[in-house]
Design a protein around this ligand. Structure first.
Ligand SMILES: [Zn+2]
Length: 256
């Protein structure tokens, strides 16, 4: 019997190796049937080529064997919410990753970009104008990413090599183009759906109900995630998860 249990544990470990690519989780009762169907289809169509190795160098999650997880925030910076997120992260000694949009990193917002970097968070690339990269040709894909990375480098001194495609919009051309330029595509494995769940408690429920080892959690710099973040951190910590910065979770370099 003991041998059988050991054998089954071995098989489970093989099935969930460090290379395992998760399906994306996260649900919202506020999405209507059409939107849910659209989201499920996007998840399947995007993740299947990653799982089968057709899209190389596209990251969805960290190691399923460890209780480490990472927080990521898209669409920063802005005037208020980004600063509130930084305050909460600081009070709980947690380092996160911010995927920032080039055009919003102007003037007063540059201060909060610099602050995020100085407080030990990653300032990463979310393109210059937030387009669907799948609709662009090779030159425009490169231009979108290089302009945003250059802007980040001007402010922080670091040129990011991790980027997140807006709307998770990738296709073979996007993946091939970014890989040629030495960039790594970072998606997510747990969607907080903070943009549809207007209620912070519902975001906390969604995240804590679906969390797995190695999850990369997607949130945004909106007021719902600002309100939900303290409880998300406290509940997940209580459940035994450890928050690592994205590059530490993945064991890869974030900057050139
Ligand atoms: Zn975005």
């Amino acid at each position: 019997m003991a041998k059988l249990i050991l054998f089954l544990l071995f098989i489970c470990k093989l099935a969930l190796s460090a290379d395992t690519v998760y399906d994306i989780r996260g649900a919202s009762p506020l999405l209507d049937a059409n939107m849910t169907q659209f989201l499920d289809k996007w998840r399947f169509d995007t993740i299947t080529p990653v799982q089968s190795g057709v899209y190389p160098n596209v990251i969805v999650n960290g190691d399923p064997a460890r209780t480490n997880i990472a927080l990521t925030f898209d669409d920063a910076p802005d005037e208020n919410n980004t600063a509130h997120l930084l305050d909460i992260l600081k009070s709980r000694h947690i380092k996160a990753a911010f995927f920032m949009i080039g055009t919003t990193m102007e003037e007063s917002n540059a201060t909060v970009v610099k602050r995020a970097d100085e407080e030990g968070h990653l300032v990463l690339n979310h393109t210059f104008t937030h387009p669907h990269l799948s609709n662009l040709d090779e030159n425009n894909i490169t231009d979108q990413l290089d302009r945003a990375a250059t802007r980040i480098e001007e402010i922080t001194g670091h040129y990011p090599i991790l980027y997140r495609p807006p709307y998770g919009s990738i296709n073979p051309l996007v993946v091939q183009t970014v890989n040629v330029h030495g960039l790594t595509t970072v998606l997510w494995s747990l969607d907080s759906l903070d943009w549809t769940l207007k209620d912070p408690d519902a975001v906390v429920e969604n995240v804590t109900a679906h969390i797995r080892n190695g999850d990369i959690i997607l949130m945004h710099r909106n007021h719902v995630s600002v309100a939900a973040l303290p409880a998300v951190i406290d509940r997940l910590s209580k459940m035994g998860y450890t928050f690592l910065r994205l590059d530490e979770l993945l064991g890869i370099k974030a900057y050139r």
